[in-house]
Design a binder for this molecule. Structure first.
Ligand code: GAL
Length: 754
C-alpha cells in the first residue's frame, strides 16, 4: 500500500558542487548535517550582499529501503527546491526541475536497492538563472536558496493514484454533486481493470460514496470522473464557517485494495462579477493584503507552524478576508491553514515584470500546470493568477497560460496581475495594481479608465500604496499616520465603488529585497507589519474593520509625546477603532466624545475618528505634558481603554511566545517577541537597547542571540533541536531582564493540538 515518509532529517550539506559528490565522494569538503526546511545560507537582518546565497550547493541523504517494499514504485517528492534541482540516486541521474516554487517528483524505482542503503544527491542551483522565472531582470524581492520545503519518500503499488481533483457542483442547491477526477497511473506493461471507489467524509463519518470501473492501458495516465449525486446536508465553506470535508479514493484490483488517496475540500461558490465578488451567492468586498513568504535570517525556510501562523496573523490580527500569494505559489501549509480558517486566496505563477525567451515561457507554462494541479482542491483559492506580475501584454503567451488554466480547472476564474492601462483582457477577472493614490484627492481610478473598455468587467485592485509611501515601524509619527490613512482611504474608495470587487494592498509584511529596491538595506518597508510581523499603525486600518462583538479595536495613532511633531502636540489625531465613540481624557479631564468620520470614509464600516483641531489644553507651547486616556464606547458602555503616561520609562521587558508546545522534531519553531514597555504597557518606540536572548534546553535561536531592539521591540524564532524537553527562554537588556518562559518540545506525533 501507499506509504509516505517525511525525509527532512539528516541531510548532508556542502556549500558547493563537485562531480565527485554524485558518486558519494565528499572527501576534502566541509560537510554539515542539516534539517529541512533549510536555507542554503543564513543571512543578517539587513545590509547583506544578496549574492551571498546565490550559489550552487549539494544536499545528500542516505536512506534504507526495506526489502518488503520490493515490487513497489519508489518516488522522492520535493515540495520546493530553489531554483534548479538536479537529482541523482545511487550515482544515476533521476530527474531535474526548474523553478523553486512548485513541487516535483523523481521515480527512483529502477535505481534503488531494496533491503539496502541508498543515496540521494541533489545539486541545487540557487543563482538567479535567466532561464527560470522570475529571473532575467531585477526583481523586488529575494528568492533565497536551498531545499527550503519538505521532502518525502513515497511508496506506491505499480498501479496508483497520481492526483485527484474533487469538484463540488450545484453548491447553492439543496442537493449537491461532487465530481471527482481521479488520475490513475498504470506503470506496468499490462492492461488492467480497476474499481475506483470515492468516499465523501466529515469527522470520519461517511456522507456519500460513488464508484466506477475503469480499464487502464499499460504505461499510461488515465483520468476517470466519478460523479456523486444528491448529496444533502452539506455545510458550505465560507470565511466565517470554513466547513471542510474529506474525499478519499480507494482503488481495488481483483477485489484487493491497491491504493488510497485523500484530499480535503470545501463546498463553496466563489465568483467575481461585474458588480463585485460573490461567495456562496452573497456579495463580499474583498479586503486583503499581499504576502511574501519570507522571514528574517532564514528567508523562505520556515516550517509548517510558522507558515500557518502567517495565515492566522492575516485573518485574526489584521482581520482580512483575502490574501494574494505575491508573486508565486506558496507553502502548502500556509494554504491549508487558509482553508481551515476561512481566508480567501489569489494564487499566481512566479514572475515579476520580466518575460524571458521561449524556454523561459515554457517553464512559466509548466508553473501554471504545477500550481493548479498542486492546489486545485483548496477551497480558499478562488482565482489563478496566470500572468507574470506587471509584465507587458504578450498575446500568445497569455492566451496559452489562460488556456492551460481553464483546461485544467474549469471551476475557477483566471486573473493576471497588471499595472498598465488598457492591457489586453484575456482573463476572466481584470486584476490591476492601481498605485494612483499619492496622498491627494485621487484614490482609485474608475475601472473603465483602467481597462479602457466600454463596459464593466469583473475587477479587483491587487496592489496599492507600497512604494508610493514606504514606512518603517520606527518612522516619525506623522509619516506613520499618513501611511495608515492612505490604506484607509483606499479601503474606503473601494467600498464606495460597486465595480471594484475589492482591494489587496501592498503589503502585509516588510520583506528583504535587492539593493535596487527598498531602503538600500535590503529591506522593503512596504508592510503594514514589519518583518517580525509586529504592527505599524497602518495595520489598524485593517484590523478595525471587524464587528466589536468579535474583537474590540482602539488604536490612537500617536506615540503620545509633547515634542515629537513639528511645533509639538499630537494633533490632528487619528484613532482606528470599531467603537461607536471614543472619550479622550487628558490629565483626568474629559475632552468629550469623538465619533467616526463617516463623511470622509463612507466606504468602510468602521471609519477612523479624526480630530483635526487641537483642543485648548494642548494649545500653548510650554513645559506641560499630561497623561492621556482613551475610552471606547460600544452601545453606550465603556468597552475598551488605552492609556498613555506623560513620562515614559522602561518598566518591563516583555516576552511572549506564539506557542507553548512544539514538536521535538528539530524543525518545528515558534516566534518569541520581546518588547520594551513603559508604565502603561506601551512600546517605547525609540529605545535602542540591545537584548541578549538565552535559551536553555532543547531549543535553538534562529538568527543572532544578541539583537538591538528595533522601534522598541524585536522577535526571534526558536527551533526545536530534535530532543524532547522544556525549552526555557529569557532576554536581558542593559536595563531590564524579562520573565523566563517555557515552551515544551514534545516527541513527534504526540502533540495533537496542531
Ligand atoms: C509593485 C510590485 C510589487 C512591489 C510593489 C511595491 O509594482 O508588483 O512586487 O514591488 O510594486 O510597491
Amino acid at each position: 500500500m501507499r506509504e509516505v515518509i517525511k525525509l527532512n532529517q539528516n541531510w548532508n550539506y556542502v556549500k558547493t558542487f563537485d562531480e565527485q559528490f554524485i558518486k558519494g565522494d565528499f572527501s576534502g569538503y566541509d560537510v554539515q548535517t542539516v534539517r529541512l526546511p533549510h536555507a542554503n545560507q543564513e543571512l543578517p537582518y539587513n545590509y547583506f550582499d544578496e549574492k551571498d546565497y546565490q550559489f550552487i550547493s549539494t544536499y545528500q541523504r542516505k536512506f534504507l529501503i526495506p526489502l518488503g517494499k520490493k515490487g513497489q514504485k519508489v518516488f522522492i517528492d520535493f515540495e520546493g527546491v530553489m531554483t534548479y534541482g538536479e537529482v541523482y540516486c545511487n550515482g544515476t541521474f533521476v530527474g531535474s526541475h526548474k523553478g523553486g516554487y512548485t513541487p516535483f517528483s523523481c521515480d527512483l524505482t529502477e535505481v534503488v536497492q531494496f533491503g539496502e542503503e541508498n543515496t540521494i544527491v541533489v545539486k541545487v542551483d540557487s543563482t538567479e538563472r535567466d532561464d527560470i522565472p522570475p529571473f532575467g531582470n531585477v526583481i523586488d524581492y529575494l528568492c533565497y536558496g536551498g531545499i527550503y520545503r519538505d521532502v518525502y519518500l513515497r511508496f506506491v503499488n505499480p498501479v496508483f493514484v497520481e492526483n485527484i481533483f474533487a469538484k463540488p457542483q450545484h453548491v447553492l442547491q439543496k442537493q449537491k454533486q461532487l465530481e471527482t477526477t481521479v488520475y490513475l497511473r498504470n506503470s506496468t506493461d499490462d492492461e488492467c481493470v480497476v474499481k475506483v471507489h470515492v468516499e465523501l467524509t466529515r469527522d470520519g463519518e461517511v456522507i456519500k460514496t460513488a464508484s466506477d470501473e475503469v480499464e487502464l492501458n499499460p504505461a499510461e495516465l488515465t483520468a476517470v470522473d466519478v460523479l456523486m449525486k444528491d448529496i444533502e446536508n452539506i455545510e458550505l465553506w465560507s470565511i466565517d464557517e470554513p466547513n471542510l470535508y474529506y474525499v478519499t479514493v480507494k482503488v481495488k484490483q481483483d477485489g484487493q485494495l491497491i491504493d488510497t488517496f485523500t484530499t480535503r475540500i470545501g463546498f463553496r461558490e466563489a465568483v467575481v462579477k461585474e458588480d463585485g465578488f460573490y461567495l456562496n451567492g452573497e456579495r463580499l468586498k474583498i479586503r486583503g493584503l499581499n504576502r511574501h513568504q519570507s522571514w528574517p535570517y532564514v528567508g523562505y525556510a520556515m516550517p509548517e507552524r510558522v507558515q500557518k501562523r502567517d495565515a492566522d496573523i492575516l485573518k485574526y490580527e489584521l482581520n482580512l478576508n483575502t490574501v494574494r500569494t505575491s508573486h508565486y505559489p506558496q507553502s502548502k501549509h500556509f494554504l491549508n491553514r487558509c482553508d481551515e480558517i476561512g481566508l480567501l486566496v489569489i494564487e499566481e505563477i512566479p514572475g515579476w515584470q520580466h518575460i524571458g525567451d521561449d524556454g523561459w515561457k515554457k517553464v512559466a507554462c509548466a508553473n501554471v500546470r504545477e500550481m493548479i494541479t498542486r492546489d486545485w482542491n483548496h477551497p480558499s483559492i478562488f482565482l489563478w493568477g496566470v500572468r507574470i506580475n506587471e509584465s507587458p501584454d504578450d498575446h500568445e503567451f497569455y492566451t496559452e497560460t489562460n488556456r492551460i488554466a481553464r483546461e485544467l480547472d474549469p471551476t475557477r476564474q483566471t486573473g493576471g496581475i497588471r499595472c498598465h492601462w488598457g492591457s489586453e483582457f484575456l482573463e476572466d477577472v481584470y486584476t490591476m495594481n492601481d498605485f494612483t493614490h499619492s496622498g491627494g484627492e485621487l484614490v482609485l481610478r474608475d475601472q473603465k479608465t483602467v481597462t479602457q473598455l466600454d463596459h464593466y468587467v469583473p475587477y479587483i485592485v491587487t496592489e496599492y500604496n507600497g512604494h508610493m509611501y514606504p514606512t518603517k515601524r520606527f518612522d516619525h509619527e506623522e509619516r506613520l499616520m499618513e501611511h495608515a490613512l492612505r490604506h484607509m482611504r483606499v479601503l474606503s474608495a473601494a467600498g464606495d465603488d460597486p465595480h471594484i470587487a475589492g482591494t489587496i494592498g501592498w503589503c502585509a509584511f516588510d520583506y528583504n529585497t535587492h539593493y535596487e529596491f527598498g531602503s538600500g538595506d535590503r529591506i522593503c518597508y512596504h508592510g503594514v507589519m514589519d518583518m517580525f510581523r509586529i504592527p505599524k499603525f497602518a495595520a489598524y486600518a485593517y484590523s478595525s474593520q471587524i464587528s466589536p462583538d468579535r474583537s474590540l479595536v482602539l488604536e490612537p495613532v500617536t506615540l503620545w509625546a509633547r515634542g515629537e511633531r513639528s511645533i509639538g502636540g499630537v494633533f490632528p489625531l487619528v484613532i482606528f477603532t470599531n467603537c461607536d465613540s471614543v472619550e479622550i481624557k487628558v490629565a483626568g479631564e474629559s475632552l468629550g466624545h469623538f465619533y467616526p468620520d463617516h463623511e470622509n470614509f463612507s466606504g468602510v464600516e468602521y471609519p477612523p475618528i479624526v480630530i483635526r483641531d487641537t483642543p485648548p489644553i494642548f494649545g500653548e507651547w510650554g513645559c506641560h505634558w499630561y497623561e492621556g486616556e482613551f475610552v471606547g464606547y460600544v452601545q453606550g458602555k465603556a468597552a475598551a481603554v488605552k492609556r498613555f503616561v506623560k513620562n515614559p520609562v522602561p518598566t518591563t521587558l516583555s516576552i511572549e511566545a506564539d506557542d507553548q508546545v512544539l514538536e521535538a522534531d528539530g524543525q518545528d519553531a515558534t516566534r518569541v517577541v520581546f518588547k520594551m514597555l513603559d508604565q502603561a504597557g506601551n512600546i517605547l518606540p525609540y529605545i535602542n537597547d540591545f537584548v541578549k536572548i538565552t535559551v536553555q534546553g532543547p531549543g535553538q535561536i534562529i538568527g543572532p542571540q544578541e539583537v538591538a531592539l528595533i522601534g522598541g521591540c524585536i522577535a526571534t524564532w526558536i527551533r526545536t533541536t530534535g530532543e524532547p524537553g522544556t525549552i526555557r527562554v529569557q532576554a536581558a537588556s542593559t536595563r531590564l531582564v524579562s520573565e523566563e518562559i517555557a515552551v515544551d518540545a514534545i516527541e513527534e506525533g504526540r502533540y495533537d493540538g496542531k
